[in-house]
Write a protein that binds this ligand. Sequence first.
Ligand code: UCC
Length: 617
Amino acid sequence: MHRIKHVVRMASSSSTNATIASRHTQYSHAKTGGFSQEAPTLHNPYRDDPILDRVLRRLLPESQYVKVSADLTKFGDRITSEIEHLGRQAELEQPRLEHQDAWGKRIDKLVVCNEWQKLKHICAEEGVISIGYENDVDPFVRRIHQVAKLFLFSPSAGLVSCPMAMTDGAVKTLTSLNLYGKHKLATEAVDRLRSRDPTSAWTSGQWMTEKKGGSDVAGGCDTYAVQIENDTYRLNGYKWFSSAIDADVALTLARIVDSDGNAVEGSRGLSLFLLRIRDDNGNLNGIQMVRLKNKLGTKQLPTAELLLDGAIAERIGEPGRGVAGISNMLNITRIHNAVASLGYMRRIISLARDYSTKRVVFGQTQSKWPLHTTTLAKMEVETRGSMLLLFESARLLGLSEAGKSSDVDAMMLRLITPVLKLYAGKQAVPLVSEGIECFGGQGYMEDTGLPTILRDAQVTPIWEGTTNVLSLDVLRVFSGKENILLAFGKRVSQLLSNTKSEEPKLQKSKESIESALKELQKLLVKASDSAVQGETRIDTVARHISFAIARIYSGALLIDHASDSTVANQSDIEVAYRYCCEQPLIDLRWEWFANERVKSDRAIVFDNYLGLQKSKI
Ligand code: UCC
């Protein structure tokens, strides 16, 4: 502003037209906005990641690491040269639904852009699902490879990552229910869902949510199944959120109606069904696509309300075991959900880091301003903690599929799946928001593509179970027969056992983890004792317990990683220290368990509530 005033003053006081003209030329760029800010560059996300390669080197046998690393390097190049553009186009050219043809005939035609189709082809070609199931590779290796690939892909995927999550979950469910090779449709589905041939590959949907449902799947399920013959049924119901409706098959839940016309209510009344969405001619299978959802984000992805009006479906699994059956899928899609959260976090940091080397403010690049780098460093520390938790889940999943899990491994897989999903989802939104801020006003501009990351990240704490529902699943794990608390303690101790004694920062980090673990154990034991007397409740602190598990587990993994001198560097030690010692690992107080707190919570929440139905509170 100063400078502009100065120029105007000089121009008006100058003596010759020639001088004025030359000055006009000199400053003309100011009037035309001639300066352009350099955009952030998306580098090969595998080679650009500060930790991924080293994590893989630790987790994989050398010969496998070499193969996986080569595949990820090539895929990283494909992301920057091709996939990123396709994902962006999918956001710009969103799906639409045509209900009728020109003559009024109901057609329910879903129109998706070519780029969306191309992305699905790429998924098959690149084997993003098949890698998880290839017979000639150790399952332990293939799940780590798959998670790494999905992690790179997800933020550029134009939300094709969603049908991939459900496709993976469907393969897992159908194979876990032991249907492969025994059930015609399930066998064909498994072969096609994990195919690398784009011309024959299928994708799967998962229709669980109904108008009354959402979190409470069983309480809200009003879809009924009437037997035609054997395991074949007709389904009638209304599915409220059905994503990726261009899929080929879907898994869904319904209540079987008996010969007297009765159906069992509640969770035990739900059975699991597999259905084809269209026949070989592309006609919908007794399904009407009522409308596409108008979502805050994930706009690339066709999510619809569906009316099942006699859809023909095959019952799979035992009648009444629908929730347990579909949990196979949920536990896979929840890992995919965490992949998405971590993918968004890494992407925004990577772009902000690159931008910081280009954007000049107050005379120097952002990267030279300590307040800026300290902001980025905090984001990096948080991201690394959850990233190690993600790869721990991939390792444990692979071990379980290889039949090599110890008891502790099996318990840890069940525990950390909801913990990882809820914690990463909860981190993603504020972290991406912080990352957007690193671009100033540009981060708020739609045509940079940056707001899409924030919009899409917002779905991760909601999709596949909200933070509260996932926290209650964590309590479900604790309420089982096994001593999960003891197993968790063992796994943490195992991770801390290699801590280098000559590194004071790692020693301090270890002490911090041990003390947080002890505190958590003490509180949980005390709570379970006093719950018997009815003085306390645990559900109200389920989130805090879950967050503490996430932070203690992640901290221990960071220490374990930093203690491995074959891959670790000085920044790994610093990251572990900051994660474990500079922020509380556990945010939980004994008084929060007290029963009476529920009353005071209600008093706070409904203070001066103007609703008329106070009796319902
Ligand atoms: O549909 C959606 C969109 C899909 C898109 C996916 C893509 C994501 C990737 C993103 C990329 C960007 S979203 C759907 C959202 N809805 C949910 O996630 C549901 C949330 N609610 C829950 O998870 C609840 O906890 C329920 C529905 C599972 C609770 O149901 P019940 O009926 O109350 O459960 P019960 O009675 O406690 O459990 C029934 C059985 C028990 O086994 P048994 O009978 O042997 O004791 C449980 O132990 O199911 C078992 N069970 C589980 N087993 C329940 N949950 C689990 C689990 N997670 N793992 C293993």
